[in-house]
Design a protein around this ligand. Structure first.
Ligand code: URA
Length: 236
């Protein structure tokens, strides 16, 4: 909800002060009813605000957010097979043009970015803008030092070597967890890298992209990025 005078100002119809005068003068209506009272709140999504009978629209607002993706959701805005999609978890009613930047596999959890800003999405998806992506992978058995070394130096996926990666065990046990940092975004890259050294990923979680980490966003929830966070992400 937003104050009517702010709505008028944001629509470009008047300055905030002039907007209050227009309301006093009875020139503003909400859902066909003239409003002369100051401080009335409107719902920008559903209320119709008019000045001298002319419908006022707000400029489309850009929105960039991070989602803590749960397992079991496909990274697409529309799945012909009817599976649960990430579209169900982001505020599409308010921002119908949101789309995901990059993707996580259906069973991967963690940080997934969305934006309404096509330029930002293209800039971040472009290979020239390779930022570090930090994952935690639980695998089926501990890796030997040769396997670790191969992962770190690069492995052959589809005839092309992966770039050097940082890989470190962060939890011991029969199904240990490795922190792995890569900056490429090839299809199922982390899972396939482990497969090439004979290991199988049981759980995969992305905790961080460049300077942005998931922090305490609960699984299945999202939060908007600040403009400083967006700037840091694109290196502005
Ligand atoms: N690598 C994978 O294998 N899967 C993901 O979802 C992300 C990176």
């Amino acid at each position: 909800m937003m104050r009517l005078s702010r709505y008028l100002a944001r629509s470009g119809a008047a300055s905030r002060r002039a907007a209050e005068r227009l309301i006093d003068e009875g020139r503003v209506s909400v859902n066909e009813e003239v409003v002369r009272q100051q401080g009335v709140k409107v719902d920008p999504l559903h209320d119709e605000v008019r000045l001298d009978g002319q419908l006022l629209k707000l400029p489309a607002e850009q929105m960039t957010l991070m989602l803590h993706k749960p397992a079991g959701y496909v990274t697409t805005m529309d799945d012909p097979q009817g599976r649960p999609t990430v579209a169900e978890l982001v505020p599409l009613d308010a921002y119908p043009s949101l789309f995901p930047i990059g993707r996580l596999d259906r069973d991967t959890t963690g940080l997934l970015l969305f934006t309404t800003d096509g330029d930002l999405g293209n800039a971040l998806a472009h290979p020239s803008h390779a930022v570090d992506k930090h994952y935690r992978a639980r695998i089926d058995a501990p890796l030997g030092s040769r396997a670790l070394d191969r992962l770190r130096r690069g492995v052959d996926l589809d005839g092309r070597m992966t770039a050097p990666a940082r890989v470190q065990m962060v939890e011991r046990g029969a199904h240990p967890v490795y922190a792995i940092t890569i900056h490429e975004g090839r299809n199922r890259q982390v899972r396939r890298m482990f497969e090439t050294v004979g290991a199988s990923v049981i759980e995969l979680h992305r905790a961080q992209i460049g300077p942005l980490s998931l922090g305490d966003v609960p699984c299945g929830c999202w939060r908007e990025l600040t403009s400083a966070e967006v700037d840091a992400l694109v290196g502005r």
